[in-house]
Design a protein around this ligand. Structure first.
Ligand code: ZN
Length: 233
């Protein structure tokens, strides 16, 4: 009986120690725990740009998709959360030459932020620890073109497409005011900058991570003709 009692106490003590250790671990910042994606935002950006340079030269790293699959089944450690366009030609994993599990990608035609996208990006930053958020637009974007066309002819689009126009419109308003010279490219860049700025100010999760310099939000344009990703200032 005494032995059983002491065994029970021992088990209870171990359980308690385990719980305390888990609590302590949760309190340790991710950077100290050194997750595979515990890198500086600038280092994450460098990896993306290096990958894009390989992609442009057609010298992408050899991939073995089965290697690491077992580890990926347990966890993911993305180095960047990307808000990109749904355009079939702009696939972030390809254009940045990344492996599965390295990018947390949210894609919607016109790469705009709404609450659903924001919630996903917050998950990427706060839960998965991505140190970088990139808003990635691209040349010749059909969603942005559609907004500019609508500004001219006011012809409503069918189905839910009008909702897409409404969501992209605020980001291109400045380019529309500036006039027609190179308007599409101006609008595409303005839309990316606008949504990046909204993300930097998205309280409480992303804005706080940016203020604490744990995360950077950057803007970029993918050039369809060359494959180059160009960072916007
Ligand atoms: Zn697009």
């Amino acid at each position: 009986m005494a032995e059983a009692q002491s065994g029970w106490n021992l088990n209870r003590r171990r359980l308690l120690q385990g719980a305390l250790a888990a609590t302590a671990l949760a309190a340790v910042p991710r950077a100290i725990r050194a997750m595979p994606n515990s890198i500086a935002p600038s280092a994450a950006l460098q990896r993306l740009m290096d990958g894009n340079a390989r992609y442009m030269r057609d010298q992408i790293d050899l991939k073995d998709f089965t290697a690491g699959r077992a580890a990926r089944a347990l966890a993911q450690y993305p180095i960047a959360a990307i808000l990109g366009c749904a355009d079939a030609r702009v696939a972030p994993e390809f254009i940045f030459d990344r492996d599965p599990g390295e990018l947390f990608v949210c894609r919607v035609a016109g790469n705009y932020m709404n609450v659903d996208i924001l919630a996903s990006l917050e998950y990427g930053v706060a839960v998965l620890g991505a140190p970088l958020v990139m808003v990635l637009g691209h040349t010749n974007c059909g969603a942005v073109k559609a907004v500019l066309q609508y500004e001219k002819d006011r012809k409503p689009l069918p189905g839910h497409l009008q909702m897409m126009l409404d969501a992209v419109s605020p980001g291109v308003a400045e380019a529309i005011r500036q006039g027609p010279a190179d308007q599409l490219n101006h609008a595409i860049e303005a839309n990316v900058r606008y949504n990046a700025q909204r993300l930097r100010q998205a309280h409480p999760v992303i804005a706080k991570a940016v203020e604490e310099k744990r995360v950077e939000v950057v803007s970029a344009i993918y050039e369809l003709a060359t494959g180059q990703v160009r960072l916007l200032q």
